[in-house]
Design a protein around this ligand. Structure first.
Ligand code: NAD
Length: 531
């Protein structure tokens, strides 16, 4: 692995990009729903550790107030024609693309990722906003359903917004995760009160700013800032639906609380994702794919790969190709496209990554690449790391590391590969490599994961926006993207209009005769092939 010179434009002589002036930061911070005398919290830039922003902290009362305003605003928003909502969203799409440099600077400053990784978030927002702007009307339109009695019952399925949706979004994909779930909720006619992670709140606030510039009315989308332990209760108590992205442990708590309130929740949680390199895979392409799969955003990506299973017969060649590519990766802090791997985001992430690797090495794992922190580059850098000789007693065997660390295992045949891939409680994403498309698809269908990519790491399934994306098992409940990703924000209502009386016997027919007639009618309907 090589390192680049640390290139830090000197915005304020502090290693922050020039676009991030104190005035700009304060303007974004002013968008937080909090009282004027709110306490403040300071965030730090991962690349250097310098203070980045002082943000107001919302109290439970501030959250209550935000929901009260959102409930009022939601009524007129729900009455706004969907064509008007679509226009706002398409304007937002254009603004994000046109002003992407502002977002890229913010994402890098707050998260420590590379510009290339940050750019993928811009792409994601482009895809999601275009998709829901152009398809919401179709997903939400009243649907004619077969009536109880053919021709006599006219039945329609309607979709109503839930009301005010709470969205809790994480720090690892600060633009994509903040805006994409909100976009679908808004298009369905809901208002949103969102709690972005404090560390990456500026990026989320930037997207809110742009949405207002695109024409979203005041109070339809608001943001609160604070710890889950402080304002999580107020969010849950007031929400009509909870969209949560984060760890499995917090997801379980949210599910319990949502159950108590009998509101719906969508939970996008952790993973321990597997990549399977079958014996007929193109080794060079699979090695390139493994780089793309394991190290984006320094491995702080829910769908990144942490377990790599390689067919025994090609293991040595594959490992040589993968290690050689990993050693060539450049690492550093640069507000341009020159670097391959960036920094971790928080000290607690660095601690987890270090502990997982040290624990594995102490218990006998072999380090094939990386394996250590790089304080010479910045306080939170950790090298892209490849391990092998992993055993069950090592923490990283089945616990999510959420860092640039992957373990290599081998297998004899596809059955064993599947058994190994399916051996954790998680089920978020997987990747299968084979030159044989039919074989790849057959293996993919048997992997316990909500998305499976063939000859690709994660972007093929994630970017297939018309198809659902989400986790099985401990990786979550519910889906984003596609019809599922917007319909979850709605209440289904069935309206059935009975044109001619048909369920109770007419006065002149006895109940016995009526029972015989209905029995015969049921037989005829089955014989006629009716559903
Ligand atoms: P986390 O669960 O520790 O925290 C997530 C957020 O939940 C934080 O903002 C926290 O303040 C908030 N929170 C805590 N308790 C709460 C409560 N009772 N009510 C409301 N909010 C509460 O997760 P994290 O470590 O910040 O994020 C990383 C995790 O997110 C990883 O496990 C990763 O795999 C997962 N993730 C999943 C996806 C996905 O799409 N499946 C995407 C990104 C990240």
């Amino acid at each position: 692995m090589t390192t680049t010179d640390t290139i830090l434009p000197t915005g304020r002589g502090s290693g922050l990009p020039a676009s991030l002036t104190p005035a700009r930061i304060e303007r974004l911070a002013a968008r937080v729903s909090a009282s004027p005398d709110a306490a403040r919290v300071t965030t730090h830039a991962p690349y250097t550790g310098v203070p980045l922003a002082d943000l107001p902290v919302s109290t439970p009362d501030d959250v209550e107030d935000a929901f009260a305003r959102a409930h009022t605003a939601q009524k007129s928003w729900a009455a706004t024609p969907i064509a008007q909502r679509k226009k706002i969203l398409l304007r937002f799409h254009d603004l994000v693309l046109a002003r992407q440099d502002e977002a890229l600077d913010l994402m890098q400053a707050e998260n420590g990722k590379t510009r290339r990784d940050a750019f993928l978030e811009v792409v994601d927002i482009g895809i999601v906003s275009r998709y829901y702007a152009r398809t919401a009307a179709k997903h939400l339109s009243p649907k004619r359903r077969r009536g109880a009695i053919p021709l006599l019952t006219h039945t329609t399925e309607l979709r109503h917004p839930k009301g005010v949706v709470a969205v809790v979004s994480p720090w690892n994909y600060p633009l994509s995760m903040a805006a994409s779930d909100v976009i679908a909720a808004l298009m369905a006619g809901n208002a949103v009160v969102q709690k972005p992670d404090t560390q990456t709140a500026l990026t989320a606030l930037w997207s809110l700013d742009l949405m207002h510039e695109a024409g979203l009315p005041a109070d339809v989308w608001q943001m609160v800032i604070g710890r889950g332990s402080s304002i999580g209760g107020a969010l849950m108590d007031n929400a009509d639906y909870m969209m949560f992205t984060g760890s499995t442990a917090t997801g379980r708590q949210i599910a319990r609380d949502a159950g108590e309130r009998l509101i719906g929740a969508s939970l996008e949680l952790g993973g321990k994702n597997a990549m399977l390199v079958l014996d007929d895979a193109d080794i060079d392409k699979a090695a390139d794919g493994a780089i793309a799969a394991c190290f984006p955003s320094a491995g702080q990506l829910c769908v990144s790969i942490e377990r790599l299973y390689v067919a025994e017969s090609i293991r040595d060649k594959f490992v040589a190709a993968f290690v050689a590519r990993t050693e060539k990766l450049t690492m550093g802090a640069a507000y341009d496209y020159s670097v391959d791997v960036g920094s971790l985001t928080t000290a607690s992430q660095l601690k987890t990554v270090t502990e997982h690797v040290d624990d594995a090495v102490t218990k006998g794992a072999t380090v094939l690449a990386g394996g250590k922190a790089r304080p010479d580059l910045g306080p939170l850098f950790y090298e892209p790391t490849i391990l092998t000789d992993i055993t069950y007693d090592m923490t990283l065997y089945d616990h999510e590391t959420f860092g640039p660390v992957v373990s290599i295992y081998s297998f004899r045949d596809d059955e064993e590969a599947l058994a190994l891939a399916n051996s954790t409680q998680y089920g978020l994403n997987a990747s299968v490599w084979s030159r044989n498309a039919a074989r790849g698809r057959a293996v993919a269908a048997r992997v316990h994961a909500g998305t499976v990519n063939i000859n690709e790491a994660f972007a093929a399934a994630w970017g297939s926006i018309d198809a659902p994306m989400g986790g099985m098992g401990d990786s979550g409940l519910g889906r984003r993207h596609g019809a599922d990703g917007i319909l979850k924000y709605t209440e289904a209502q069935t309206v059935a209009h009975q044109r001619i009386q048909g369920f109770t016997p007419p006065a002149r027919i006895s109940p016995e005769t009526w029972a015989v007639l209905l029995t015969n009618a049921l037989k005829v309907m089955k014989a006629a092939g009716m559903r």
